[in-house]
Write a new protein. Structure first.
Lengths: 278, 382
């Protein structure tokens, strides 16, 4: 029986059909290549032009140099702006993560009066146009006679970061099997021990993700910051202002460095996760 | 309070336990005593209240009314972590972020016990998985996770071990094996086991005492043999195995026996097995208790004549027949294939006979289909 099949000649598939089949199998890959190219061309551009010996304007390629990378603070004000953004980012992330996590637990785990209302309201800062949020925060600060500057900016950032933290952490809490906490209670852990030893460790990746998200949102923010920072210069503000007279190549250096830092963080996170599973 | 309840030992006593969710009564005025050291099964289809009962014993659900005592100690309102009770959860609920060792050590560490390592190693040997101590739960197979969940509970030497459908996620072969192992471990450690299941075969294999639950109440309680041979209601008769229930009238007395008229044919059954309250009754006979014989063969005991073989299915250890009786009912008969006699053929005219002692009698107003259409396979009942 099998002998017969072996002896029979295998019919060849026509060339056209083979091409068609190849496309059928690889279409998703081709699409992915295009999509990623589209996404990463700006990043690549930024990176390439960080090596441009630009002089005044970094719009046209002049010559290759390591100068910008060797001296990233070379352009006036670029590093103080960066420092401000990082400081604001860290403080805003710290508070937004703590407050947001607490809200997420309240909404995700407890039934209280006004729960669904809170659930809805927490989305509002996300849904509000930044320009409106920024302007109204400014007028609010002015009503209380607080001058725009560092701390008003931090407070504004905490406001919009909280929503994102809540949403991220809540998703993690929702995916947590309540039986794990019940099992901990069943195994003689009281409420606090259960939270510390089971709930928190299991939600931690969500909280870490939320903190990263909050930091990048804060670091990135221009519109709300522009309203509330007064004379303080943050990195996005610096870029915006210098765009008028030519962005220094150092900005590309810092941008690229941020990108690679984020990439490294993601890769390290993945590796750690994979090792944990194993 | 905490100290007293955590050291409580003795029989578990549920008194008039009730749990309602809005209009729905999950557990309805349930009273029950589970003796120390026994293997007790709560058996019933999903939604019968067995899991809710278990969760109230564990402290994960607060009773609406009634009380729970362990020995002399009232534990009705104590927190789960104040009870000397541990649970093997339905989907094991192993902590995914901890190693197997730390999973098992969890309860010991919370109670500040010394010699954690020794105790964990010992219980890992008991469940025969000492080599997995440093793994994470996700790296284990279902059967291994099941054993670890068991180990994590029994390492604490609780007064009471609760098992919530612990074998539900395992395949049939593994389930059979674990049933035997669980029973062995229970004997070995001498703890009281309360086992919740919808699988009647599982309950019968393992438990000393089974309580069959239906709509929040206990329908009948007893040893597996009691429940099978002498069910008190149609629900129990149908839920535990299969039964032939034949409508009849009690027509007389004969010493320890009752005479029952089944569509004009008289049979007898022991008085001790009658649960009828008046003359109308259903006579119940398990399919394997029947014997089929051709008309000319002499037979003893109870006989119903006028049957005709309607269907024959050969299934190896036995042959199953559907026999149509003169009054239109089809009776189910299981015959062992052990006597070398050629099986009966479709259309054969036959008599059906059985030992009178194997007959039970139910109330005549019963719903004969109660408990028979229940498809018990529901994974997640809450």
């Amino acid at each position: 029986m099998t002998q017969k099949i072996k002896d029979a000649t295998i019919p060849t598939i026509p060339f056209g059909a083979r091409i068609q089949r190849w496309f059928g199998r690889n279409l998703i890959r081709i699409y992915a290549v295009f999509a990623f190219t589209y996404l990463f061309i700006p990043v690549a551009y930024t990176f390439v032009f960080s090596f441009n010996d630009a002089g005044k304007s970094n719009l046209i390629w002049q010559a290759f140099t390591f100068k910008n990378w060797q001296n990233p603070c070379g352009a006036p004000e670029v590093c103080s702006a960066l420092g401000n953004s990082i400081k604001i980012g860290f403080i805003a992330t710290f508070f937004a993560t703590i407050l947001g996590t607490m809200i997420a637990f309240a909404i995700g785990r407890h039934n209280f009066k006004g729960r669904s209302a809170s659930n809805l309201l927490i989305f509002l800062p996300m849904a509000t146009p930044e320009i409106v949020l920024g302007a109204s925060l400014l007028s609010l600060f002015l009503v209380f006679k607080i001058n725009p500057g560092f701390w008003p900016t931090v407070i504004a950032h905490i406001v919009f970061c909280i929503s994102f933290v809540v949403v991220t952490v809540k998703a993690r809490i929702a995916s947590l099997d309540p039986r794990l906490e019940q099992a901990a209670m069943d195994l003689y852990a009281n409420e606090f021990e259960t939270f510390r030893r089971v709930t928190l460790p299991l939600v931690a990746p969500g909280i870490a993700g939320a903190a990263l998200l909050a930091f990048s949102l804060s670091f990135d923010d221009f519109i709300i910051t522009n309203f509330n920072s007064g004379t303080l210069t943050t990195f996005p503000k610096f870029i915006y202002v210098s765009a008028a007279r030519g962005i220094p190549a150092q900005a590309n250096v810092i941008g690229s460095a941020m990108f690679f830092l984020a990439l490294t963080l993601v890769i390290v996170g993945q590796l750690v996760n994979r090792r944990k599973v194993r | 309070m905490t100290k007293a309840s955590i050291e409580a030992r003795g029989d578990l006593r549920l008194t008039r336990l009730t749990k309602t969710y809005g209009d729905f009564t999950a557990v309805d005025d349930l009273s029950l005593t589970i003796p120390k050291g026994s293997f007790f099964a709560l058996l019933g289809p999903s939604g019968c209240g067995k899991t809710t009962t278990l969760r109230m014993i564990a402290g994960l659900e607060e009773p609406t009314a009634g009380s729970i005592h362990l020995g002399e100690t009232d534990i009705t309102t104590t927190k789960p972590y104040q009870r000397p009770i541990n649970t093997v959860f339905q989907n094991y609920a192993l902590f995914p972020h901890l190693t197997i060792f730390e999973n098992i050590a969890f309860g010991l560490r919370r109670r500040g016990q010394k010699d954690v390592k020794e105790a964990v190693d010992k219980v890992l040997n008991l469940v025969e998985l000492p080599h997995l101590a440093q793994r994470k739960p996700t790296q284990l197979s279902g059967g291994q996770q099941q054993r670890i969940a068991l180990a994590r509970a029994i390492v604490n030497r609780p007064a009471l071990l609760l098992l919530d459908e612990p074998l539900g996620a395992l395949d049939l072969k593994l389930r059979r094996q674990m049933q035997i192992e669980l029973k062995w471990i229970q004997k070995e450690v001498g703890l009281t086991f309360v086992h919740v299941t919808h699988d009647q075969e599982e309950a019968m294999t393992m438990a000393d005492t089974i309580a069959v639950m239906n709509e929040g109440q206990i329908e009948q309680m007893g040893s597996p043999a009691d429940l099978y041979d002498n069910p008190e209601t149609a629900y129990v008769a149908n839920f535990l195995g299969q039964s032939n229930l034949i409508k009849g009238t009690i027509s007389g007395n004969d010493g320890d026996s009752l005479v029952v008229d089944l569509y004009g044919q008289k049979i007898s059954l022991p008085k001790s097995r009658s649960h009828a309250i008046d003359n109308s009754t259903y006579a119940g006979i398990r399919p394997e208790k029947f014997r089929i014989s051709l008309l000319e063969t002499p037979v003893r005991g109870n006989v119903l004549s006028g049957g005709r073989i309607e269907d024959v299915s050969y299934i190896g250890v036995s042959t199953q027949y559907q026999v149509e009786m003169p009054w239109g009912q089809e009776l189910m008969v299981f015959e062992q294939n052990d006597d070398g006699v050629a099986p009966f053929k479709k259309g054969d005219a036959v008599n059906i006979s059985w030992e009178p002692a194997f007959t039970f009698a139910l109330r005549g107003d019963e719903d004969v289909t109660a408990g028979s259409q229940i498809e018990p396979e529901v994974q997640d009942e809450e």
